[in-house]
Design a protein around this ligand. Structure first.
Ligand code: EPS
Length: 354
């Protein structure tokens, strides 16, 4: 399987499977001289981790990240940074019954058809467990961007199933509840919705929004390295992502040109429907992105499928699954945006200098 590397100059290569011994990554191209705070990486990993509330998977992984190389006396040396997390709570027996069966909505069918075999334990390589590494590498990128440019990257849950959670946008609330909701007043409703859903055995989707502020003007490369194109590609590479919007996104279909264009005055732009990107290049406004996540496919409710020989079967999924994968997606979406901006900062510097 090729293409496990993300980025051009800030390159993250991940490896590992959900139920293998470990999951890890190598980051190549990180500038030297950056102080690495392992506690900060662990903090970001903790935000994404399973088992923090009854509304997520109950698999208990410590996500105790080890920094194996590229850091000397707490500072990056410019050499490859290798990160490793051991898998300590995989329960592979839950997956014995799907060894020869395709779970609908999963990568099971396509992996098998493409490679002729698959690691069915915990979804193998297609598992969201891989996103630990995106978050760990993203923590390093976030730190560099903050220290060098004052860039802040903040995400939140904008919608869970039918419930809008972004009517009030209080970013100080996001880490105070298990949903990353910026509106504290809807948390009770979210709890009830998820409790009902979990009891019924079903799942729901979610939308995550993220904003990067203080992004300098000029990041992004015409025409095949547009900043928005790279962001969309990064977001769509997250497990269960099904849609990405930049700025006004799909609302632009109903907008008039007079409404959508962001007028410019000597004091600055008068609106931000473009989401901070014009012609694929950052405009200096906030970069605004939204990502739609599908409902979790692993359900204990029976459904129809086929086995690897094409025979009809009934599937009931075991395992400790998230009833809404979007609940844990906020730190992952933040990390992917940080990785794209980090890569483009280095690409801009490579061509244009400082
Ligand atoms: C996942 C299925 C579950 C989740 C896992 C992602 O795996 P298991 O059935 O082995 O518990 O727990 O999430 C994580 C372990 C994690 O760290 O995110 C899947 O199919 O994507």
């Amino acid at each position: 399987m090729s293409d496990n590397t993300f980025g051009r100059l800030f390159r993250m290569t991940t490896f590992g499977e959900s139920h293998g011994p470990a999951i890890g990554c190598v980051i190549d191209g990180c500038p030297p001289g950056l102080e690495i705070d392992v506690a900060e990486i662990k903090h970001e990993l903790g935000r994404r981790a399973t088992g923090k509330s009854r509304h997520t998977s109950q698999r208990r992984e410590k996500d105790d990240v080890q920094v194996l190389s590229g850091v000397f006396e707490g500072i990056t040396t410019g050499t490859p940074i290798a990160l490793l997390i051991e898998n300590t709570d995989a329960r592979s027996r839950d997956y014995g019954n799907i060894a020869e069966i395709f779970r609908p909505g999963h990568a099971d069918f396509t992996y098998f058809k493409k490679y002729g075999l698959r690691d069915y334990r915990g979804g193998g390589r297609s598992s969201a467990r891989e996103t630990t590494m995106r978050v760990a590498a993203g923590a390093i990128a976030k730190k560099y961007l903050r220290e060098q440019f004052g860039i802040g990257i903040h995400g939140w849950l904008a919608q869970l199933g039918p419930i809008r959670t972004d009517n009030t946008l209080d970013l100080s609330e996001v880490d105070n509840n298990p949903f990353f909701s910026p509106d504290a007043s809807v948390v009770d409703e979210l709890e009830k919705h998820m409790d009902r859903l979990r009891k019924s055995g079903d799942s729901c989707g979610a939308r995550i929004s993220v904003v990067a502020s203080n992004v300098p003007v000029g990041l992004g490369e015409p025409v095949y390295g547009k900043l928005d194109a790279d962001i969309a590609s990064a977001m769509m590479s997250i497990n269960a992502a099904k849609g990405v919007e930049i700025g006004a996104g799909f609302d632009c279909v109903e907008q008039l040109g007079t409404e959508h264009r962001d007028e410019i005055t000597p004091e600055g732009f008068l609106s931000n429907h473009a989401g901070g990107i014009l012609g694929g290049i950052s405009s200096g406004q906030d970069v605004r992105v939204s990502v739609a996540f599908k409902p979790t496919s692993s359900l204990r409710l029976p459904c129809r499928s086929i086995d690897i020989h094409g025979n009809p079967v009934e599937v009931k999924t075991k395992g400790r699954h998230d009833p809404c994968v979007g609940i844990r997606a906020t730190p992952i979406v933040e990390a992917m945006l940080a990785l794209v901006i980090m890569d483009h900062v280095l690409r801009h510097r490579a061509q244009n200098g400082k």
